[in-house]
Design a protein around this ligand. Structure first.
Ligand code: IMP
Length: 194
């Protein structure tokens, strides 16, 4: 086990997003996930999810004084018709109504233009500065109207490849096994175990 602490390993998650913290806790069985105690987080200014995830983890490392792993995460959605944007700018896309904005951008666009993917990068930094990384991708397409009530963000309009309904309809249990964050967490857990 990659924990430097004894007992149940704890990782401190450098994010202010409680939805992601809840998902991550379910995705890392055997780990306790605490949200970093910080009021102000640095802005996301990197050109890639990895840079942003790493910056969050290193910020957390500088704040967290205990001998615990610190995690940083960045994720986003990429849509074919938007030249595979908004990508790293996903959080700033569409202000209060990102789903409405994305659907509006895709009016009149069918088939290939609606192809999309979710991407997630997770970075873990140990107390000694050692860094590990996990990447996850979920391919799919954007539906025509919001459906379903679980998940968050773009989930009501994201239909995964091989499925006929949205992530919000498939639900949180499905997300725990299949989401981009689940895939990134599995990759990170493998790295933590080696
Ligand atoms: P950030 O990683 O906090 O910068 O946010 C990334 C953006 O992608 C946010 O707008 C989220 O709503 C969206 N996003 C990331 N992961 C998911 C997900 O699992 N479901 C739906 N939207 C997501």
């Amino acid at each position: 086990m990659g924990s430097l602490a004894t007992g149940v390993p704890t990782a401190v998650f450098a994010s202010r997003n409680p939805d992601k913290a809840r998902e991550l806790e379910a995705l890392m069985p055997g780990w306790r996930i605490e949200q970093l105690a910080a009021d102000i987080f640095p802005p996301e200014v990197g050109d890639s999810y990895y840079e942003n995830a790493r910056a969050k983890a290193l910020f957390g490392r500088s704040v967290e004084k205990r001998q615990l792993w610190v995690l940083g995460e960045d994720s986003g959605i990429e849509v074919a018709a938007l030249d595979w944007g908004p990508g790293v700018f996903s959080a700033r896309f569409g202000a209060d109504d990102p789903v409405g904005r994305l659907l509006a951008e895709l009016v009149g666009i069918e088939s290939d233009g609606r192809r999309a993917r979710y991407v997630c990068e997770l970075v873990a930094v140990a107390p000694d500065g050692r860094e590990l990384r996990g990447t996850g991708i979920l391919e799919g397409r954007i539906g025509h109207e919001p459906r379903g009530s679980e998940g968050f963000g773009y989930d009501p309009i994201f239909v995964p490849e091989g499925e006929a309904i949205t992530v919000a309809e498939l639900g949180n249990a499905w997300k725990r096994s299949n989401s981009h964050r689940a895939r990134a967490a599995r990759a990170l857990l493998e790295a933590l175990d080696t």
